[in-house]
Design a protein around this ligand. Structure first.
Ligand SMILES: Cc1ncc(COP(=O)(O)O)c(C=O)c1O
Length: 408
């Protein structure tokens, strides 16, 4: 939905300011109105909204409505709704509904993909030291069952200065004929670096040039911190598999996620578990049994919410706030920002160190000031802020001031 049509839609929904806002990334969206669609704790500055989503009103309403229908008659499993969710997610990621499977979260999605990959003894899965621990664990469990192994590489020296060339060169040098899959993270939750997925895909394509289909190396992307934070089509970045929880930046119901599989390689991944869905070969990857259907069906409302705002505007707002935070920290003596300054190689996560305090200490000290930030259990747990469209420039400035006080 572009131009006037989308503008009318936003005005109709009360999300678009009639007068243009001062902010360039605002581009007419009234972010205050958007925030009021959520039931956030007003006393808290929450810079960890990406962690597990708060749901906007229309998602809550959709979930309530599906729950009401299931309570009225739980035989009414509404298969058409599953199709609608697949169509909505397909549109949103730039792929086809048939190439999407539903999973409860990123971890399960990655586990199902690596676990179902036709992997032979002696082959390997190549990940890197900045992939999430559960991503690495999913690969290790799968490799262990197949008699294969996991190799963990390092794709750059310094995240803040990493270049596409450095990453591509290191990846090229790490792939061997035994490498059956390369796993990367679109936006790393350890460093905030946005990985050059297309450049990695080009390296994998080159490695596949003389390989048979059954030996083909697949590029698996953990995309959870890029989905609904970066303005790009995940299904068109050259990856073979894209996995993301829809319960983080997308604001979908908790316990929901998706896997997209390039149809050219769907035959390489077999289901790990019985499935409820026979929509398509890829849909069969979604684990079966009955689910919290009202949660799954509510994903469509989350996609619609984002489509109405516009993925471009959402990404621009996230970037604008992240840039404001990085600029603020640049003036605080001793603070080291590990995330690149360049919006082309970063998104909404900003990782940093405050002199004299560990990451967990910074989280605790800011909590005492009613500021919620996070850290992650990587080798070095940096303090980490996520700039959501629900945050305000004032919240960013206040957080910078409090960090500045800690750094003194
Ligand atoms: C990069 C990354 N991948 C995967 C996960 C796990 O996500 P989920 O809770 O959807 O399984 C996280 C956790 O927040 C993460 O940061």
């Amino acid at each position: 939905m572009e131009g006037m049509e989308r503008r009318d839609f936003l005005v109709g929904a009360g999300l678009l300011a009639v007068a243009p806002t001062a902010s360039s990334a605002g581009q007419g969206v009234d972010w205050g109105t958007v925030r009021r669609e959520f039931r956030l704790d007003p006393a808290l500055t929450n810079l960890g909204l990406f962690y597990l989503a708060s749901n906007p009103r229309e998602v809550r309403d959709a979930v309530d409505e599906f729950r009401r229908r299931l309570d009225a008659n739980s035989h009414d499993l509404m298969p058409e709704q599953a199709q609608e969710v697949a169509v909505a997610l397909g549109q949103y990621v730039g792929g086809a509904a048939d190439d999407i499977a539903f999973v409860p979260n990123t971890t399960m999605g990655l586990s199902i993909v690596y676990g179902g990959l036709k992997l032979r003894a002696g082959q390997e899965l190549l990940l890197n030291d900045q992939d999430h621990a559960w991503h690495q664990q999913a690969a290790r469990l799968a490799a262990g069952r197949a008699g294969a192994k996991v190799r963990i590489g390092t794709l750059y020296e310094n995240p803040a200065k990493a270049t596409e060339d450095e990453i591509a060169t290191r990846l090229r040098n790490s792939i061997t004929p035994q490498t059956r899959a390369v796993g990367i993270t679109w936006v790393q939750s350890s460093t905030g670096l946005r990985m050059p997925v297309r450049a990695c895909a080009a390296v994998v394509t080159e490695a596949n040039r003389d390989r048979k289909q059954e030996d083909r190396c697949l590029l698996v992307v953990d995309g959870v911190h890029g989905l609904a934070a970066v303005h790009d089509d995940p299904a068109r970045m050259g990856a073979d598999v894209f996995v993301a929880g829809t319960h983080k930046w997308l604001f979908g119901p908790r316990g929901t996620g998706m896997v997209w599989v390039n149809p050219e390689v769907s035959g390489e991944i077999v289901p790990m578990l019985p499935s409820l869905s026979d929509r398509s070969e890829t849909a069969l990857l979604g684990p079966g049994g009955f689910h919290a259907f009202e949660q799954y069906f509510g994903v469509r409302a989350a996609v619609r919410f984002h489509q109405r705002l516009g993925r471009d505007r959402v990404a621009a707002r996230i970037t604008e706030l992240a840039a404001r935070f990085k600029d603020g920290l640049a003036d605080v003596p001793g603070v080291v920002v590990h995330t690149p300054r360049d919006p082309a190689t970063s998104a909404g996560l900003v990782c940093f160190d405050v002199p004299g305090h560990s990451g967990p200490e910074v989280v605790e000290l800011l909590r005492q000031k009613q500021i919620q930030i996070t850290t992650a259990s990587y080798r070095i747990p940096y303090a980490r802020v996520g700039t959501s469209i629900l945050n305000t420039p004032e919240e960013i400035d206040r957080t910078v001031r409090e960090i500045s006080a800690l750094a003194r």
